[in-house]
Design a protein around this ligand. Structure first.
Ligand SMILES: Cc1cc2nc3c(=O)[nH]c(=O)nc-3n(C[C@H](O)[C@H](O)[C@H](O)COP(=O)(O)OP(=O)(O)OC[C@H]3O[C@@H](n4cnc5c(N)ncnc54)[C@H](O)[C@@H]3O)c2cc1C
Length: 379
């Protein structure tokens, strides 16, 4: 069927997770939606990540509430669409006294409000048989974190949206301009009242004059995936350890965090140099996704550094008890981060909304953010 004869309420640019979240939210409001994706299938940050829906990484209050709301919508969609996911929760592991101190401070402040638990080493080992017992001081448990398989999820949602809500998808079709109500895409014209731009790290195709001036930072992350373990080796919860306490803003106000940061900076400067912190998630086939590093701006090259993978795997061996860890895939992803805000919403002209710059939080925030942006715009 030729969609060009249809008059759409909404055109979404990009079939990454933010574009899909917009399409889902708009379609559930009864609107007629088309999604344009320039590639044969989405291949950006949304298929290159851990699949961690990770509210605990957000600062308590407003941002954490947005993440929790987002997770709620995610769970509705995943159940509705029958897409694999696991509500495995998360463990932050402390193998040094300064890491344990930060976890205690965090738990004192937030455990009661958000239902987190500070676990002894023995309790943590009960939650996950995949973690090393030696030197484990304590762990922070949260039940909220949810694991999806990004490749499977981003590939499955379009078919679900098409079948259930009549959303149309035009793959291999790049949007190059919008002259309300005409969308120029793939060299053809389409009719849509509104344009929702979710173009990930592309700031040059649409509205470059607005996007190029925001001071966004591009960030490159190196990632790895293990062989599939099926049910033979399961992580249980998704895992993070001391290095991660330096990474997420949720820990930034813990009084002893600077001491922990100083120790890592002095003893392992390469972690800071490459922005390394180490986390692990596991999909339904038992493949463990492992990462990551953070290289910015001019440091980004198309070529991956073996040194970074070595640092990540070496640190991982300090908390993951996997007797036969074999890496089967390596890749990197790039995201766009707003210099000061959690995300960026721009309205360059009537009828156009751009949502991007969500950095390393896009899987977590996508559905909550889409709901917020759409409600603010349409209601
Ligand atoms: C390695 C890595 C690990 C991460 N881990 C996590 C995690 O575990 N949890 C978490 O919350 N976040 C994580 N993130 C962040 C998250 O992946 C991103 O924030 C999120 O995927 C961004 O989604 P998006 O839809 O904005 O961008 P993308 O996924 O990049 O999608 C944008 C899409 O728009 C298309 N497009 C662009 N321009 C046009 C055009 N003109 N016409 C048509 N199509 C166009 C592109 O082809 C692309 O498919 C991670 C990121 C990376 C890189």
């Amino acid at each position: 069927m030729d969609f060009r004869s249809i008059s759409f309420d909404d055109a979404v640019v990009g079939a990454g997770i933010l574009g899909l979240a917009h399409a889902y939210t708009l379609a559930r409001r009864g609107r007629k939606v088309i999604v344009f994706e320039r590639s044969q299938r989405a291949q950006g940050a949304s298929v290159r990540n851990f699949g961690m829906i990770w509210p605990i990484g957000q600062t308590a209050g407003h941002n954490r509430e947005l993440a929790l709301r987002s997770r709620e919508i995610w769970l509705e969609l995943l159940a509705e669409a029958g897409i694999w996911h696991e509500r495995v929760g998360s463990l932050h592991l402390a193998y040094a006294d300064d890491e344990a101190a930060v976890l205690h401070e965090f738990a004192d402040r937030e455990a009661e409000r958000y239902g987190y638990e500070l676990l002894t080493a023995a309790q943590a080992l009960n939650k996950s048989s995949a973690i090393l017992a030696e030197n484990l001081r304590c762990a922070l448990w949260s039940a909220d974190e949810t694991c999806v398989d990004p490749r499977l999820t981003v590939a499955s949602i379009p078919a679900f949206l098409e079948a259930k809500y009549g959303v149309k998808f035009a793959f291999n079709t790049a949007v190059t301009a919008f002259h309300s109500p005409r969308v120029v895409a793939g060299g053809e014209q389409w009719h849509a009242e509104r344009l929702w731009v979710c173009s990930g790290d592309d700031t040059q195709t649409l509205y470059p004059e607005l996007l190029e001036n925001q001071g966004f930072r591009r960030c490159k992350l190196q990632m790895m995936r293990s062989q599939p373990y099926g049910n033979v080796f399961r992580l249980g919860p998704m895992l993070a350890a001391g290095l991660t306490l330096r990474h997420y803003t949720s820990f930034k106000d813990c009084p002893t965090l600077p001491a922990l940061q100083a120790r890592y900076a002095e003893r392992n400067p390469d972690f800071d140099r490459y922005g390394i912190h180490v986390m692990a998630s596991q999909n339904g086939n038992g493949e463990v996704t492992i990462g990551d590093s953070h290289e910015y701006g001019a440091d980004i090259t198309p070529f991956d550094r073996e040194e970074i993978d070595g640092l990540i795997l070496n640190y991982l061996s300090g908390f993951l008890n996997c007797p036969d860890l074999r890496i089967s895939q390596r890749w990197h992803g790039i995201y766009l981060k707003h210099p000061t805000d959690l995300y960026f919403v721009g309205r360059p002209e009537p009828g156009v909304v751009i949502t991007t710059g969500v950095g390393g939080n896009g899987m977590t925030l996508s559905f909550g953010l889409a709901e917020r942006v759409i409600t603010t715009t349409l209601d």
